[in-house]
Design a protein around this ligand. Structure first.
Ligand SMILES: [Cu+2]
Length: 402
């Protein structure tokens, strides 16, 4: 057991860190390949436990290999000392080399995730404001990547270059005001610029003139567990009044709680997919019937919470039709979607609604084919309710008069 004394704990940890980084990379690479391969349902059920067992065994194997290498090095160290060498094995140098190896593997991992996983991110923005958001995202990514690469090269190369040696004397540097000023002021300026850019861009996106609001196509989206209900404003481009107390009324048909005393409701349209003309501003008025949901159209860089008891909105202009995007991503089956970005319950993943961007001509043709939300059955139930109310009022009046 004496040998154990010579296993350098720090080296062992550095080595384990290096190996686990490598295994992580392997895992991520394997996962990406697995996603790309089409697996049917039965195979899928067997696939996950198999993969977990495989990587668990691989991990154990790696641990054994590390332990073995540690033992071999310790034996080598001990032999040298027995032979009368003063220093034995240079653990400091070894640690230094591990730092360098960590740098190379880590930078390769970064390069790999940028190229392989980076290629899986969203295609170019399909909305006008999204282009500005993407520009900011890219700028932040470029700046942070440059800083990341420089600081990590310095960190690990210095650890290697200045590893402990009996021949070197450490230089004592207690404080340096000039350095402190540079590494405080430069990041502060860069971060202020980035934050202000974000602030002004968000202000441009959300501050819309009253004319801009009026001229946009109005679409109302209501979230509930677990689906979206979408209604268009119809001929008047206005959504009629709602009242949460009326939800489930009219013989169970009034799922949105429409107040039928408001005539604006009668031309509102119900749709099974959101179809919009390209290059025309659209205003989504958002709400929820139960818990928090989040209106999320990733291809348009649009996201806004749907809050029960509160009205929110998001307005933007689509710039690429579905056909344009299919060409750009080289996928004839590509579709835009509205998703929920708030984990709102067990079937949250079901909240998917098709979105299609078309030419004005196609839109005009589609919109006239959509059905009114207020059906004949709802109207009948409403009128019956009104008649009943009138009878009750009349009966009460008679009773009072007598
Ligand atoms: Cu949801």
């Amino acid at each position: 057991m004496k040998i154990l004394k010579y296993i350098n704990i720090k080296s062992a940890f550095a080595f384990i860190a290096l190996i686990s980084l490598f295994v992580n990379n392997l895992f991520a690479q394997a996962a990406t390949t697995a996603v790309a391969t089409v697996i049917d349902a039965e195979e899928k059920n067997a696939y996950v436990p198999k993969m977990v067992t495989y990587y668990l065994l691989l991990f154990l194997l790696v641990c054994i290999v590390i332990a073995l290498i540690g033992k071999i090095l310790s034996v080598y160290d001990l032999t040298k000392k027995v032979q009368g060498a003063k220093e034995g094995f240079s653990w400091d140098k070894f640690n230094g080399f591990l730092f360098l190896a960590f740098l190379v593997v880590g930078l390769y991992g970064t390069y790999w995730s940028y190229t392989v996983q980076g290629a899986q991110i969203l295609p170019e923005s399909a909305s006008e404001h999204g282009v500005k958001i993407d520009e900011m995202f890219n700028l932040t990514l470029i700046i942070t990547t440059i800083v990341f690469v420089i600081t990590h090269i310095l960190l690990f190369v210095f650890s290697f270059q200045y590893s402990y040696s009996t021949k070197k004397k450490a230089y004592f540097l207690p404080h340096n005001n000039t350095l402190e000023k540079y590494w405080t002021v430069i990041p502060a300026i860069v971060l202020t610029i980035l934050v202000l850019m974000g602030f002004f861009t968000w202000r441009d996106i959300t501050n819309i003139s009253p004319d801009g609001i009026r001229n946009a196509i109005h679409v109302e989206v209501t979230g509930h567990q677990f689906a979206w209900e979408v209604r268009y404003g119809g001929k008047d481009n206005l959504n009629g009044r709602k009242n949460y107390k009326l939800i489930g009324g009219l013989g169970g048909l009034n799922s949105l709680g429409l107040d039928l005393s408001d005539k604006k409701n009668y031309d509102d349209l119900t749709v099974t997919e959101i179809v919009l003309p390209v290059n025309k501003s659209v205003r989504f008025n958002l709400g929820s019937k139960d818990v928090l949901h989040s209106f999320y159209m990733p291809h348009f860089r649009a996201q806004m919470n749907c809050v029960p008891g509160m009205s929110t909105s998001f307005q933007f202009t689509p710039r690429l039709t579905t056909a344009d995007m299919r060409d750009k991503v080289n996928d004839p089956n590509f579709n835009y979607y509205l998703l929920c970005a708030k984990i709102c319950g067990g079937s949250h993943f079901n909240m998917k609604f098709a979105v299609k961007i078309v030419s004005q001509k196609e839109y005009d043709k589609w919109i006239v084919a959509q059905k009114p939300l207020v059906t004949a059955a709802m109207l009948k139930s409403y009128q019956e309710g009104l008649a009943k109310k009138e009878t009750t009022v009349a009966t009460n009046k008679i009773a009072l008069n007598n």
